[in-house]
Design a protein around this ligand. Structure first.
Ligand SMILES: [Zn+2]
Ligand SMILES: [Zn+2]
Length: 230
């Protein structure tokens, strides 16, 4: 059995940055695992939800004061729903007990998270997939950390890195561009809907969408995965 482990820095990276590749692994019947590496708590949406602003999607002002655990829980719910919609079995959706506070992930911590998630599996049966550390671009530090950790594990595991969608180079020569089939696209759209779900009375605040709406819209318009050939 081929086990493919996706390490997602935040709630949403498993979709916008890793989702096309992930959909394809689901399609070919790999055992797909997704491991969340931070808590996503640093998002500005937490403030945005409580300070009385409006937004482009919802009528009226937002006066929802969430404490940090409630905010993280809202994001985790979006993440879990997205993974399920993408076709990941529930038992393979992992919120790492070692996850770092948002923006505090280091390569050391990411390596620990990876080793813990992979323990119990034969290295030859496993593939690590995560974001490439694209240091030449302005990349989120948590994104750089997962990529750096994956590079450290290259001698022990098969590692495959994906380029961040929003940082995609204008010239994709040298990259493998993945495009979803119709069935994969329908799973991707269903996963995206989880990040748009607005049901404050049930703890759902569309955090993903409030946070990076343009990125979601861009991605859904032309969903591609960009694998780095090495
Ligand atoms: Zn991220
Ligand atoms: Zn809103």
């Amino acid at each position: 059995m081929r086990h493919v482990f996706y390490f997602s820095p935040h709630q949403d990276d498993e979709l916008t940055n890793l989702g096309v590749d992930l959909s394809k692994e689901v399609s070919v019947g790999s055992a797909v695992h997704v491991v969340l590496c931070t808590d996503g708590s640093a998002s500005g949406v937490k403030r945005m939800l409580c300070r009385g602003d409006g937004c482009r999607w919802h009528t009226g002002a937002h006066h929802y004061t969430l404490d940090e655990p409630a905010f993280v829980a809202a994001r985790d719910a979006e993440f879990t729903e997205s993974c399920l919609a993408l076709g990941v079995p529930r038992e393979n959706i992992v919120i790492s007990p070692l996850r770092a506070p948002d923006s505090m992930l280091t390569a050391d911590r990411a390596e620990q998270i990876m080793r813990q998630a992979l323990s119990g599996y034969a290295p030859e049966d496993c593939v690590i997939k995560t974001l490439a550390p694209t240091s030449a671009y302005r990349q989120n530090p948590d994104h750089t950390a997962v990529g750096a950790a994956a590079e450290r594990l290259k001698g022990e595991y098969a590692v495959s890195l994906l380029w961040e969608f929003i940082l995609r180079p204008a010239d994709l020569t040298g990259f493998t561009v993945l495009r979803p089939t119709e069935a994969e696209l329908s799973r991707i759209k269903k996963a995206a809907a989880g990040y748009r779900l607005w049901q404050p009375e049930r703890g759902r605040y569309a955090v993903g969408y409030h946070s990076v709406a343009d990125e979601f819209d861009d991605f859904l318009k032309q969903p591609i995965g960009i694998a780095v050939e090495k």
